[in-house]
Design a binder for this molecule. Structure first.
Ligand code: ZN
Ligand code: ZN
Length: 131
C-alpha cells in the first residue's frame, strides 16, 4: 500500500496524486519507490527548483576582474571553479559574443584587431547607451 496518496509540490505547492501517477508509463515494480521519492509535481518543477537553489547558494566573492571588452568590473561567484574563473575574461555572454564577432570581422576586413575593436566598441557602446 502507498502511504501518502496526495503530495504537495515542494516548489509550486500544487497537489499531485498517486492515482494520476499510477497511470504513468513506468514499470510497475518501480512505481511505488519512485512515488515515495517524488517531491515535485512535474519534471519542470524539479529542474527549476534545482536552478533556483543553485542561484540562491551562489555567493559573490571578493575577487574581481576587468572585462576585456567593455571595461566593467565583474566579480567572481562561488559557483566558478578556479580554472573557469582564471579563463574568464568577459563580464557576460554579450561581451564575449561581441568580441568574437569583432575577431571574425577584423579578419574578414583585414583590419588590425586592436583598431577594429576600438571602432566596434564605439559602435556597440553608443548603441547600447541609446537602447
Ligand atoms: Zn510544482
Ligand atoms: Zn563586459
Amino acid at each position: 500500500m502507498v502511504k501518502k496518496k496526495v503530495k504537495t509540490c515542494l516548489r509550486c505547492g500544487k497537489e499531485f496524486t498517486w492515482e494520476e501517477f499510477k497511470k504513468k508509463d513506468i514499470p510497475e515494480k518501480f512505481k511505488k519507490h519512485l512515488w515515495s521519492k517524488k517531491k515535485f509535481c512535474t519534471a519542470e518543477c524539479q529542474v527549476l527548483n534545482n536552478i533556483e537553489r543553485y542561484e540562491k547558494n551562489k555567493k559573490i566573492l571578493d575577487e574581481h576582474k576587468t572585462c576585456a571588452w567593455c571595461g566593467e568590473t565583474f566579480y567572481r561567484t562561488s559557483n566558478l571553479r578556479d580554472n573557469v574563473w582564471k579563463a574568464k575574461k568577459f563580464c557576460n555572454i554579450r561581451c564575449y559574443n561581441q568580441i568574437r564577432a569583432a575577431n571574425i570581422l577584423a579578419k574578414d576586413m583585414k583590419i588590425p584587431l586592436e583598431d577594429f575593436k576600438k571602432l566596434l566598441k564605439k559602435i556597440f557602446i553608443e548603441y547600447h547607451d541609446k537602447s
